[in-house]
Design a protein around this ligand. Structure first.
Ligand SMILES: *Cc1c(COP(=O)(O)O)cnc(C)c1O
Length: 358
């Protein structure tokens, strides 16, 4: 199958335009020169529409498209209090005239900051109904979903439905099934834009969390038999018992195959063999800063004037730089790093950002 054929099918799915696409694509010249590898940036962080900008806007376009088709009135979603997906989905819902409601937890586990800042401040300015939950001492972050957030969402959804409203629930990272094919379009843009610049990527690097980019890229690559390698740097742990794991992501690949009408889809094992997920750059925990992430943020900013975000893209880019050091990327290779966003979290406090400045 060609990317044009896949795109044609994906473009026929329900979708509400929110972002500004295609997102920009360019070389990070100075850091490329320093490392002897051509590093291109795919700027999903600049998807728009404003400060809540990033890789979740593409998902939101499909989620809102389906919600409008189905007569949904309320969009409920969950995340950490500094969540990018919650804010981006809330923005999209507001634009479409729907009511977003957010259920957020304290990822630090030390209580909420005394004044709102970064993403939570923006949620407040949007005027979004937001429920904040504490993290119990010693409660692992991944347990909060099942123990705290999902029951609260179910209760609220039942209340709204009893009043005659229609609810759509978008799980962590806005990974509602309607959004699974969204980042196939990102992959297509990368291939089109690199061709315009007369090269073909050897590697695509991206930061992986709740698994919306990875299944779409893996599906696009497998459907087109492309030789470009996809390398994922994880910011939360992929284990069989976690709220997101590689089996769940593999299932999403199968669903994308079904959406584009390619049957039978590959087996779970064939898909799992495609994944190349490096879990060494998570740092102490999700949303807890890492020394390599801090160094990567300072380096890309000081060399090319581009900001990364502490929760996701700093750790992802640190993984890319480390792979160059380790020789996992040959000199002269063409590498695309997907900048998925998260720069608002630079305005979080130092428990999230680390010590970025002396
Ligand atoms: C959500 C997010 C990711 C992770 O992407 P997934 O597709 O959910 O795995 C990466 N970077 C940023 C900035 C994000 O907000």
């Amino acid at each position: 199958m060609t990317l044009d054929e896949i795109e044609e099918i994906v473009r026929r799915l329900p979708r509400e335009p929110i972002g500004f696409y295609p997102t920009p694509f360019h070389k990070a010249k100075n850091i490329s020169r320093k490392y002897g590898v051509d590093i291109y940036l795919k700027r999903e962080d600049l998807s728009g529409p404003s400060a809540f900008s990033g890789s979740k806007i593409r998902l939101a376009e499909f989620v809102i498209g389906e919600a409008l088709r189905d007569g949904v009135t309320h969009i409920l979603t969950v995340g950490a209090y500094l969540s990018n997906s919650a804010g981006q989905l809330a923005t999209a819902a507001i634009q479409a005239g729907l009511t977003p409601i957010l259920f957020l937890y304290d990822s630090i586990g030390e209580g909420y900051p005394s004044s709102w800042r970064a993403n939570l401040l923006l949620d407040k300015i949007l005027g979004v109904e937001t429920y904040l939950f504490p993290r119990e001492p010693d409660q692992p972050q991944e347990k909060i979903w099942k123990d705290t957030l999902y029951p609260a969402v179910e209760k609220k959804a039942a209340e709204l439905e009893a009043l005659g409203h229609k609810v759509l629930f978008a799980p962590a990272g806005a990974t509602h099934p309607s959004s699974f094919p969204a980042h196939v379009l990102t992959y297509k843009e990368i291939m089109d834009q690199s061709r315009e610049l007369n090269f073909k990527p050897d590697y695509i690097y991206h930061t992986t969390g709740t698994g919306s980019v990875l299944p779409a890229f893996a599906a696009a690559r497998m459907l087109t038999d492309d030789t470009c390698a996809i390398r994922s740097i994880a910011i939360n742990s992929y284990r069989p018992d976690n709220f997101v794991n590689t089996d769940i992501i593999a299932e999403r690949v199968r669903e994308i195959f079904a959406t584009v009408g390619r049957a039978p889809p590959p087996s779970a094992n064939e898909i799992l063999a495609e994944f190349d997920i490096d879990q060494r750059f998570i740092g102490p925990d999700y949303a807890v800063p890492s020394a390599e992430g801090i160094a990567a943020t300072r380096e890309l900013a000081s060399l090319d004037g581009i900001f990364l975000g502490p929760v996701y893209t700093a750790k992802g880019f640190a993984g890319l730089l480390s792979h160059i050091h380790e020789g996992r990327i040959a000199p002269g290779s063409k590498v695309v790093f997907v900048h998925t966003g998260d720069t608002n979290n630079l305005f979080e406090d130092s428990r999230i950002t680390g010590q970025l400045v002396e």
